[in-house]
Design a protein around this ligand. Structure first.
Ligand code: TYD
Ligand code: MG
Length: 456
């Protein structure tokens, strides 16, 4: 019998019977790979392993006969994880946790499972031996008799064990190592990942067991190959951060059961991940004397206000084309801000190399840190230090105007809490703001030039 094959785009999972140079779905070049897709009737058997009969499925019902139920949530022993999931783990939900290798996905979930006493958990690892996992568990230093380890990659074996152990929570580490017996292509290939995720999803929905799937991310930041996974799961969490720094951000990219603007912050320590409840405290560095090129922003990431230190260095360019390098901030946004300073303020950044760094290795997406970035750049340009007790907030527009930002009260309150003496905010935000209420001096600004005049 001839094996049935199909071509899959490794970027987006698009399936095609023929090879093509360019993917018609996502437009990437040379991304098609031939995979064997042997579909047998056996798929039914895997489902049977956990569910004998599901008579209700496949029958249409009137929407009025369906009772709306509030989803049941279970609170995890990790407050940061609870927060990112929108208030706990929902029964029968499938959560994809994506991140680069070595960022701490396995550590976080093993640790959480170890701390969740009384929760019958099955941790399936296709990456490490039971011995290795035990060593990791010892670093975390917590015992839990209800945590079961399974080192397997074959989904049939996994579901057999699930049937025996009857876990209340299943963790899969990682989806790229799984292999379904009903698909012939290699583990990690698009068709294999899709099939395994679909089997896990059916299991979760039919039994009401929450499943957390760990997935690796490729260098360009997409969830390795199978973008399709994002559509299949209920929640997508993404781990971010620089491996060389201790801080990690767990961001919600998609959540069927909650908000996507939540995020958790962790520190990687020698005995596991530690949730950080007050980010400002760890992100602000104490300097003995004020240094040039440093500005403090009152940012909001997710729903949390945090004070962030921005560091800039502008130095005479060595080559004809000056360099621009950023860490934790969008490079194109930096180029735009430099162009604004050049054109509107007459600062000659065109002859300078510019380096920009967000302290702590975090990636900041909040546009309100523009003003702090501009001030850090100017401070380095002028080689004049800014007072260390002032923080800044505001988005900078193309004509150098400072635009209003959201949730200004929260930012001011955080700045006051962190002991800042003054905060510079967009004038447009001052309307309706009771300035005397915060216990911090509030200065208003409309243009970058106002701020420049008042600080330098
Ligand atoms: P890991 O969870 O294996 O990453 P992932 O599953 O995302 O690939 O984390 C790997 C790193 O974490 C590794 O470099 C060792 C480090 N680590 C600690 O710093 N402290 C710890 O307690 C543990 C268990 C690991
Ligand atoms: Mg791992």
């Amino acid at each position: 019998m001839k094996n049935k094959t199909a071509f899959f785009c490794q970027q987006c999972g698009y399936e095609s019977p023929k090879w093509a140079g360019k993917c018609p779905a996502c437009g990437s070049w040379n991304s098609f790979v031939e995979e064997r897709v042997e579909k047998t009737n056996g798929k039914q058997q895997v489902t049977d392993l956990w569910h004998e009969e599901n008579k209700q499925a496949g029958k249409a019902k009137s929407i009025e006969t369906i009772v709306a139920e509030e989803e049941t949530r279970q609170t995890l022993p990790d407050s940061e994880l609870n927060r990112t999931l929108g208030g706990g783990l929902v029964q029968g939900s499938v959560v994809l946790v994506a991140g680069e290798p070595g960022i701490g996905k396995s550590t976080l979930f093993l640790q959480c499972a170890l701390h969740w006493q009384g929760m019958r958990t099955l941790y399936v690892s296709g990456e490490e031996s039971a011995h290795q996992i035990k060593m990791r568990a010892e670093r975390v230093g917590q015992k839990n008799e209800n945590l079961f380890l399974l080192t397997a990659t074959d989904t049939a074996t996994i579901f057999q064990e699930i049937k025996k152990i009857k876990p209340q929570w299943v963790i899969i580490d990682s989806i790229q190592t799984l292999e379904s017996p009903y698909i012939e292509s290699a583990p990690g290939s698009v068709s294999q990942v899709r099939e395994c995720a679909a089997e896990l999803q059916r299991f979760a929905k039919q039994t009401g067991t929450p499943v957390c799937i760990i997935g690796h991310i490729t260098k360009d930041g997409t969830i390795a190959g199978p973008k399709i996974l994002e559509h299949m799961v209920d929640t997508v969490l993404q781990f971010e951060g620089d491996r060389h720094y201790a801080y990690r951000i767990l961001r919600t990219l998609k959540n069927r059961f909650g908000s996507t603007s939540e995020l958790g912050i962790y520190e990687m320590t020698s005995n596991g991940m530690r949730g950080i409840t007050n980010p400002s405290e760890v992100l602000l560095t104490q300097h003995d004397e004020p240094l040039s090129g440093i500005a403090i922003a009152a940012a909001i990431e997710g729903l949390r206000p945090m004070m962030i230190e921005v560091q800039a260095l502008a130095s005479q360019a060595v080559y004809g084309t000056p360099q621009r390098t950023t860490n934790g901030f969008d490079l194109r946004r930096l180029q735009l801000l430099l162009a604004v300073l050049e054109k509107r303020g007459g600062f000659h950044f065109g002859s300078k190399d510019v380096f920009l760094n967000i302290a702590g290795g975090l990636k900041i997406e909040d546009p309100s840190i523009d003003l702090a970035i501009v001030c850090a750049l100017l401070s380095s340009y002028e080689d004049t230090a800014l007072p260390s007790n002032i923080c800044l907030v505001g988005e900078v527009g193309l004509s150098g105007e400072i635009r209003a930002v959201n949730r200004i009260e929260q930012r001011i309150a955080e700045a006051a809490k962190m002991g800042m003496d003054a905060i510079i905010i967009p004038k447009a935000n001052a309307k309706g703001l009771d300035q005397a209420n915060f216990g911090i001096a509030i200065r208003l600004a409309t243009k970058v030039s106002d701020v420049y005049q008042s600080l330098f």
